[in-house]
Design a protein around this ligand. Structure first.
Ligand SMILES: Cc1cc2nc3c(=O)[nH]c(=O)nc-3n(C[C@H](O)[C@H](O)[C@H](O)COP(=O)(O)OP(=O)(O)OC[C@H]3O[C@@H](n4cnc5c(N)ncnc54)[C@H](O)[C@@H]3O)c2cc1C
Length: 444
C-alpha cells in the first residue's frame, strides 16, 4: 500500500501558489520602485504607467504559463499534472487580457505624450527596432493561441494542429523577451535586469529539463520496445512494453506516460496513456481504447518496435489520499489507471466499474483477484446509458446505498465525461469535500 501523502501534496501546492504570488508582486514592485511619487501627472503618463504595469504582469504570467507546462519532474511531483493543467487553463485569459491591455495602453499613452495619432505611434514603434516588431508578432501569436483554447474551437481541431499551434507559444516568449530588456523602462536597473533574466533562466532550464533532458535520459537508460499486443475485452487491447533496468523507473500506479511508437506512420506523434498495471522489472502495460486513427493503428504494433516515452506524469496515485478509505469510480478506458491504482490502495477500498455490457468489462479476473487479496469490493455496473438502474446508482441515494460511508472516503474518478459529470454532481450533493475528490481527466 502506498502511504497517504495527500496533505503533504496540498502543502506543496500551496507553496507553489505562494511562490507565484510573491514573484508576481515582486515583478510589479519593480515598476513601483522605479516610479517617483507624483510623476503620474496627466493622462499620457497615467496610460503609459498602466501599460507598463500590465506589461510586467503579462510577461510574468506568460513565464508562469510556460513553466507549468514544462513537464519538469519536480514540478509534476509537487503539484500534480491535473493541477498544473488547471493552472495553465486559469492563466490563459489573464495572459491574453494583460498582453492586449499592455499593447493598447502603452501605444495610447505614447501617442498622447508625442501628440500623434495611434496609427502614427504604432508605425513609429514598429520602426524603432526589430524588438518592437517581434513584440507585436508575439502578441499576434498569443491571440491566435488563446482562440484555440476556447472549448468550442478546440473541439473542432485535430489534436496535432492544436498542439503545433500551442508550441508557437515558445516563439512568443522569445519574441517578447527582447523588447522587455531593450525598451522596458522598469528593467534598466541592474537589479531589475538580473531579476527578470533569472526568471527567464529558471523557466528555460525547467523547459529544457522537462522536455529534452529528462526524456532523453529515460529512453537512453531503459531502451523501451513493444513486447506484445494482447486483446482485452471487446475492442480494447493492452500493449506490453519491455526495457532495461525497469526496476529503476520511478513510476507509480495511476500515472501516465506520453508514448511515441517508432513506426513509419506514428513516429511523429506522442500520445498519453496511463499504466494499467503497477510497473515491474519485466514490463510496463498500457491499455488502449481505439477511438481514433492513431489508437486503431496501435493494435497492429509489431513486437520489437522501438518506443520513446516521456514521464511519468500525473498525481492520480494512491499517495494522494487524505482519508483512510477509498472509493474508485471507473468507466470505459478509465479502468486502465484505476486498475493500476487499486493495487496500491488500502484494504476495504470499493470500486464501481461502469460498462455498457458484461462483454465490455476488462481485467475482470485481475480486479477480482486484487479485491480478494485486499478485502476490496468491486461493483460491476452494466447497462446502457438510458437504463434507469445504472443511472440511479450515480445519484446521491444510489451512491450511499452502494457505499454507505462514501462521504468519509477519498473518491478517485476516471471515465467518460457523462459518467464523471453524474458522479461529481452526486458527490457534490452529498457534500464530499473537494480535497477528497481526485480526477484523472483523459483530455488535453
Ligand atoms: C492523461 C491521459 C491519460 C490517458 N490514458 C489513456 C489510457 O490509459 N487508455 C486510453 O485508451 N486512452 C487514454 N487517454 C486518451 C488517449 O490519449 C486518446 O484517446 C488518444 O490520444 C486518441 O488518439 P487518436 O489519434 O486515436 O484519436 P483522435 O480521433 O485523434 O482523437 C480522439 C480524442 O483524443 C484526443 N487526443 C488525440 N490525440 C491526443 C494526444 N496526443 N494527447 C491528448 N489527447 C489527444 C482528441 O482531442 C480527441 O478528443 C489518455 C489521455 C490523457 C490526457
Amino acid at each position: 500500500m502506498e502511504p497517504a501523502r495527500g496533505l503533504q501534496a496540498e502543502g506543496n501546492r500551496s507553496l507553489v501558489e505562494t511562490g507565484f504570488w510573491v514573484l508576481l508582486v515582486a515583478s510589479v514592485a519593480l515598476w513601483w520602485f522605479n516610479t517617483p511619487s507624483g510623476s503620474l501627472t496627466d493622462e499620457a503618463t497615467l496610460f503609459t504607467a498602466v501599460g507598463r504595469v500590465t506589461g510586467m504582469v503579462s510577461g510574468f504570467l506568460l513565464l508562469a504559463q510556460v513553466l507549468v507546462m514544462s513537464r519538469v519532474g519536480w514540478l509534476e511531483d509537487w503539484a500534480g499534472a491535473d493541477h498544473l493543467m488547471a493552472w495553465h487553463r486559469q492563466l490563459g485569459a489573464p495572459v491574453l487580457v494583460t498582453v492586449l491591455a499592455h499593447t493598447v495602453f502603452i501605444v495610447y499613452g505614447y501617442a498622447l505624450s508625442a501628440r500623434m495619432t495611434v496609427k502614427a505611434q504604432t508605425l513609429s514603434l514598429l520602426n524603432t527596432s526589430q524588438d518592437m516588431v517581434d513584440a507585436f508578432a508575439a502578441t499576434g501569436i498569443l491571440v491566435v493561441i488563446s482562440l484555440t483554447a476556447v472549448r468550442a474551437v478546440r473541439r473542432r481541431m485535430r489534436y496535432e494542429v492544436w498542439y503545433a499551434l500551442h508550441l508557437t507559444a515558445y516563439g512568443a516568449l522569445l519574441l517578447g523577451y527582447g523588447h522587455q530588456l531593450s525598451t522596458g523602462t522598469d528593467l534598466q536597473s541592474p537589479v531589475a535586469r538580473a531579476y527578470w533574466i533569472a526568471l527567464y533562466a529558471l523557466v528555460i532550464t525547467c523547459l529544457v529539463g522537462g522536455r529534452a533532458v529528462e526524456p532523453l535520459w529515460l529512453n537512453l537508460r531503459h531502451r523501451l520496445r513493444v513486447a506484445a499486443v494482447v486483446p482485452e475485452a471487446q475492442d480494447m487491447f493492452s500493449i506490453y512494453v519491455s526495457g532495461r533496468k525497469l526496476h529503476k523507473l520511478s513510476a507509480r500506479p495511476g500515472q501516465f506516460f506520453r508514448w511515441r511508437f517508432l513506426t513509419g506512420e506514428d513516429w511523429s506523434q506522442s500520445h498519453p496513456f496511463s499504466l494499467s498495471s503497477a510497473p515491474n522489472s519485466e514490463w510496463l502495460r498500457l491499455t488502449v481504447n481505439p477511438i481514433g486513427d492513431h489508437t486503431t493503428r496501435l493494435r497492429s504494433l509489431k513486437a520489437g518496435t522501438r518506443v520513446v516515452a516521456s514521464g511519468p506524469f500525473g498525481a492520480f496515485t494512491a499517495g494522494r489520499r487524505v482519508r483512510k478509505r477509498t472509493l474508485l469510480i471507473a468507466g470505459g478506458s478509465g479502468i486502465a489507471p484505476v486498475r493500476a491504482v487499486l493495487e496500491r490502495m488500502p484494504r476495504f477500498t470499493a470500486l464501481i466499474y461502469r460498462a455498457g455490457s458484461a462483454e465490455d468489462i476488462v481485467f475482470r479476473d485481475e480486479l477480482d483477484c486484487i479485491a480478494h487479496d485486499r478485502d476490496c469490493t468491486v461493483h460491476y455496473v452494466t447497462g446502457s446509458r438510458h437504463d434507469p438502474g445504472p443511472a440511479r446508482l450515480f445519484t446521491p441515494e444510489g451512491l450511499v446505498e452502494l457505499v454507505p460511508d462514501v462521504t468519509l472516503r477519498d473518491v478517485y474518478l476516471c471515465g467518460p465525461p457523462g459518467l464523471i459529470a453524474a458522479a461529481l454532481s452526486a458527490l457534490k450533493e452529498l457534500r464530499v469535500p473537494e480535497r477528497q475528490i481526485h480526477l484523472d481527466p483523459f483530455e488535453f
